[in-house]
Design a protein around this ligand. Structure first.
Ligand SMILES: CC(C)(COP(=O)(O)OP(=O)(O)OC[C@H]1O[C@@H](n2cnc3c(N)ncnc32)[C@H](O)[C@@H]1OP(=O)(O)O)[C@@H](O)C(=O)NCCC(=O)NCCS
Length: 154
């Protein structure tokens, strides 16, 4: 069991002013982080980009694209010091509610098969693997497959 959330998180939309902070977290939590352009493109595209704040600090963030009754979870990250305190689960719950609110019938995501923490988080939420994208991610000198996970929302 994760610890109780203390204090309770606050959700707000991500803006361009958040990108320095988001990029610092992104670089710390991924070996192959998104670029600043990935985030600014997501903001410009009107994707659902949300910040989770705890004690007035950016603790986590997410990027979700929703179109044609399908949601695609593109990024979900918790800052290192805030991990394993239930924030990832809470943020995923927020994403699922958002997707339902925008009438998505299902939500998809890609995840590295080596990402044990994320796989456990998504499995606990009911996601199931529906496919593999070969060589989807950069990894060291080569590439790593992506597992494609799906959760029905209807
Ligand atoms: C994956 C991630 C979002 C989880 O967030 P978190 O706030 O640490 O997770 P929570 O505390 O909410 O834990 C929820 C569940 O996830 C799983 N989990 C989280 N961290 C784990 C770890 N290090 N090892 C194994 N399982 C883990 C557990 O099942 C956990 O439930 P439990 O506490 O009852 O055991 C976070 O580790 C992270 O941001 N990682 C780097 C970015 C990333 O990989 N994002 C996902 C890309 S697809």
């Amino acid at each position: 069991m994760s610890a109780q959330l203390d204090p309770l998180p606050r959700y707000r939309r991500m803006t361009a002013q958040d990108l320095d902070t988001v990029m610092a977290i992104e670089a710390a939590v991924y070996p192959h982080p998104w670029t600043r352009g990935n985030f600014s493109d997501s903001l410009a595209a009107g994707y659902h980009c949300w910040i989770m704040e705890c004690s007035g600090r950016v603790a986590a963030y997410t990027v979700v694209a929703i179109a044609a009754e399908e949601a695609h979870l593109l990024n979900l990250s918790v800052a290192g010091p805030w991990q394993r305190r239930g924030l990832g689960r809470a943020l995923l719950g927020f994403v699922l509610k958002l997707a339902r609110d925008y009438a998505a019938a299902r939500i998809l995501l890609e995840v590295r098969p080596s990402n044990i923490a994320a796989l456990a988080l998504y499995a606990a939420a009911g996601f199931v693997e529906i496919g593999v994208r070969r060589g989807y991610y950069p990894a060291g000198a080569g590439r790593e497959d992506a597992a494609v996970l799906e959760l029905a929302l209807a």
